[in-house]
Design a protein around this ligand. Structure first.
Ligand code: ATP
Ligand code: MG
Length: 335
């Protein structure tokens, strides 16, 4: 009796979910834009993080690389401070309910809705052999979220439209078949920094970018030095934070600011040459990566550890995922 009252009156902790697609090796932008915010949020929220290996199948992929990236990404999340006793970490393909719910939600999503997604248009334009899963990817993303009764989803600009679709599908399903899903809301993490590609500072640094412009989290110090020292700047000499006129220099200042937790404009005043700024960036990035790489090295000594964490994470949420799918199956009319 007492327990039932407590359970119904005390609000549960806000539940958040974050997915990282193992489309390539994690880079510095992923650390500042996604991993650090998740790691610091895990103390105040009920955090679920999954490596979305199924999403990585929507574009041309290499099976061996996908397997390696899935394990590497998971290991790096742990090395960067995700605590598997506090948060749930698992691989999306390790929880078959994702795909089961995906199909049920496809039956509550219109073709026109999927086709209108900006990211589908961008990623499919001018390509041959576009996979059908690229079109239905946002429905799988809706399943990822609705499976766990998620309250909040941290999303960047590029995922806002997909989250809207997830909400629309949840609301429609609930209205048509009876209350089945928690309707999630988007939260927009304060943008620490949008790190740009070192070789082309007008493009975002990304896992699938070219090696020369991307600082991977497992790059050794000499690779970091080489890439930063060759970073594109401009023909001037003055170190000034001006993203429109001086995107290369501004990016180096942003990286330094993100590493030190400082302000890029204020930092600019301390440098009298590009070479000096670049040397400071090399030191700061290596300093941020050193403890992560050291912990990753320790984890890698036991090849089974990361897989065991992923399996345990999936086991912890399996019951809830099964319950959600059962609710959806019954609501939609399956026996
Ligand atoms: P891909 O090339 O496959 O798109 P990506 O590196 O852009 O890879 P995503 O999987 O698209 O990574 O995004 C994962 C998370 O990392 C998102 O939260 C995104 O906002 C964040 N992120 C990615 N790149 C950057 C960046 N350059 N600066 C800041 N945040 C970033
Ligand atoms: Mg991206």
């Amino acid at each position: 009796m007492t327990i039932a009252t407590a359970a119904t009156t005390s609000p549960r902790t806000t539940r958040r979910i974050t997915g990282l697609t193992p489309s390539g090796r994690l880079q510095l932008g992923n650390l500042f834009g996604a991993i650090h915010p998740t790691v610091s949020d895990q103390h105040g929220t009920d955090t679920i993080v999954f490596v979305s290996d199924l999403h990585a199948l929507t574009l041309d992929h290499d099976p061996r690389r996908l397997r390696a990236a899935t394990l590497e990404n998971a290991g790096l999340l742990l090395a960067a401070g995700l605590d598997p006793r506090r948060s749930v970490l698992y691989a999306q393909s390790g929880l078959p309910e994702h795909t089961e719910l995906h199909y049920l939600l496809e039956c509550a999503t219109q073709y026109g809705e999927a086709r209108r997604m900006i990211q589908f248009k961008e990623k499919s334009a001018g390509r041959a052999g576009v996979r059908l899963s690229l079109l239905t990817y946002p429905v799988l993303m809706a399943a990822d979220i609705l499976l766990h009764d998620i309250d909040e989803v941290p999303v960047g600009e590029d995922q806002s439209q997909h989250l809207e679709l997830a909400r629309d599908v949840a609301v429609r399903f609930n209205a048509r078949y009876g209350k089945t899903f928690v309707v999630p809301r988007a939260v927009h993490p304060r943008l620490a920094a949008r790190i740009m590609d070192l070789a082309d500072p007008t493009r975002k640094m990304s896992k699938t970018g070219a090696d020369a412009g991307t600082l991977f989290l497992l790059d050794p110090p000499d690779a970091i030095r080489r890439k930063v020292m060759r970073a594109v700047t401009d023909g001037e000499r003055e170190v000034r934070y001006d993203p429109a006129a001086k995107p290369g220099v501004a990016n180096l200042l942003e990286i330094l600011a993100a590493c030190l937790g400082e302000d890029p404009t204020r930092l600019a005043g301390g440098f009298s040459s590009y070479g000096q700024l670049k040397a400071a960036v090399v030191d700061a990035v290596c300093e941020v990566l050193r403890p992560i790489q050291a912990r990753y090295g320790e984890l890698a000594r036991d090849p089974g550890y990361v897989q065991a964490v992923l399996a345990e994470g999936a086991a912890r949420v399996h019951g809830r995922a099964q319950a959600t799918v059962r609710r959806a199956r019954e609501a939609i009319g399956l026996i």
